[in-house]
Ligand binder design. Sequence first.
Ligand code: PMV
Length: 325
Amino acid sequence: MVFTKLITCSGPVNIAVIKYWGKRNEELILPSNSSLSATLNQKELKTVTSVMASESFSEDRIWLNKRYKQRKGCHDPLLNCKLHICSQNNFPTAAGLASSASGYATLVFAMGKLFDIPVGELSQIARLGSGSACRSMFGGWVKWEMGEAEDGRDCKAVQTHDECHWPDIRLLVLVVSDTPKETSSTSGMASTVKTSELFQHRVNHVVTKRLGLIEEAITQQNFPVFAQITMQESNQFHAVCLDTYPPIFYMNDVSKSIVDLVTQYNAFSREIKAAYTFDAGPNAVIYTLKESVAEITSLLLHFFPPSTQEGCFLSASIFLKGFSF
Ligand code: PMV
């Protein structure tokens, strides 16, 4: 009888508040600093991946968002089987919305199920696909500890707080552009590490301090402190990109108007009620509390009406545990 096995599962995006940017070892994907993120639920943003292993397949095949991709030599985990993999995101791919994190995490999770790999080992495998993918293997708040060992054995993602810890936190995702970014994270990080002095200052003097403070703010559910660090982190990450030579621009004019709007909203409210953060793309994620969602949503819709194509409000998300299959 021909051996055939099929697994389908879906996996979540994570959005960093302490950013990962820069590798100390490119082959093992060991980061230059630790990072921390929240894992989103899968109502609005998710990757769905099916992996089929069969002795009857003559070659490995991969489809990403329904398009066939040429494989670049990877080896089969089972000697007698070839794999057919279909992976689909329900949100813009490679546009700075953590599609590589959910994509690789979901692929590794599906492979783990297919070949009975213990769940504990999967996060470190996911890291090798895309660094931030290791954080998507857990729900709630997740820290990726950079570790010290040269072989990466202590470089791992751990959950710091589960998805029920801060029930009032919310995320709003603003899709400013759905076109793939010009500079990939991999090449952007490599040139930052080579050329940016601000990056050296950041990893040596800033990130560890901020990580301690934001973990404490999350523990205490202290939104103003959490929000200020989140915005400063986003600002410094993009400043480091600008300090890279040649410079990298991920944010555009609409992104900058969103920064402006959030800043003015906080000033007008006389307290910090919203925090923006941008990854490697122009799209914004706004962290806020449940009580402010309606107010901020109406502000965003007023200044960025979807019909003008200048920023489109996508979703409000809460955190839930990672995977379903
Ligand atoms: O995992 P990568 O290689 O796609 O890098 C992600 C880097 C950022 O999204 C910009 C920051 C982060 O910590 O997720």
